[in-house]
Design a protein around this ligand. Structure first.
Ligand SMILES: Cc1cc2nc3c(=O)[nH]c(=O)nc-3n(C[C@H](O)[C@H](O)[C@H](O)COP(=O)(O)O)c2cc1C
Length: 206
């Protein structure tokens, strides 16, 4: 089967099912008036190591109410990415409906706020890792189209990780127990781990 994304209007279901598993950036942000907001985004990835930089793509579809997270990030220039473990999954999902801007999804889904160190927005106390972020820029993607996105590029300026999960060198992956987003309505827990060291190129004769 061959698929031309231009003529298959469900191609987003293919894209979401094959670019997997995606980490979930559970973003806490604040409006400039101080209203709290919490919502999940899985078009999320690392971009650079130093300074640590991440990207999150947030849709800005024509004719639709702008997503509060993107509005807040653009207005305040800061936010927190809270990573999601298995215990948080169902409550995280509750926050993803299109609630009016004045709804506080922390209260709605039963999450607890914990103070951040550098940014104003609080982090999610239940999350095993939270990354405080400062906005670098929002890159408009497919600008002017019906399905425009704002690609948020941000520097991680502070990290909170639950005690015992980082030994100063490596993170305890099993202890983190993060979940991933798949296609359709599917999510995954991390299954079996296996290790592979990066190969080192040795020129012949050395
Ligand atoms: C697991 C999950 C991942 C999501 N990923 C994205 C994403 O990457 N980009 C996006 O625009 N919306 C994504 N959404 C939808 C937003 O969470 C949803 O539109 C939410 O209502 C936005 O909230 P806000 O208006 O408070 O920012 C995702 C939803 C879920 C449940």
């Amino acid at each position: 089967m061959k698929i031309d994304p231009k003529t298959q209007d469900k191609f987003f279901n293919v894209l979401k099912a094959v670019v997997i598993p995606r980490p979930i950036a559970f973003i806490s942000s604040q409006s400039k008036e101080g209203g709290l907001n919490l919502a999940p985004f899985s078009f999320f990835n690392g971009v650079c190591y130093d300074p640590p930089t991440v990207s999150v793509a947030i849709a800005r579809f024509a004719g639709k109410k702008p997503k509060d997270s993107l509005v807040n990030i653009e207005e305040t220039g800061e936010f927190v990415i809270n990573l999601v473990n298995r215990d948080m999954a169902e409550a995280m999902n509750q926050t993803a409906a299109e609630y009016p801007a004045d709804v506080n999804e922390f209260e709605l889904a039963g999450f607890t706020t914990a103070p951040s160190e550098i940014v104003k927005a609080p982090r999610v106390a239940e999350s095993p890792v939270s990354l405080e972020c400062k906005l670098i820029q929002v890159v408009p993607v497919n600008e002017g189209s019906q399905k425009e996105c704002g690609l948020v590029l941000a520097e991680v300026v502070y990290c909170h990780i639950k005690d015992g999960l980082f030994d100063g060198r490596y993170v305890d992956m099993e202890g983190l127990n993060l979940i991933g987003r798949l296609g359709g309505h599917d999510y995954c827990e991390l299954g079996d781990f296996f290790k592979m060291k990066l190969p080192v190129y040795k020129p012949k004769g050395e």
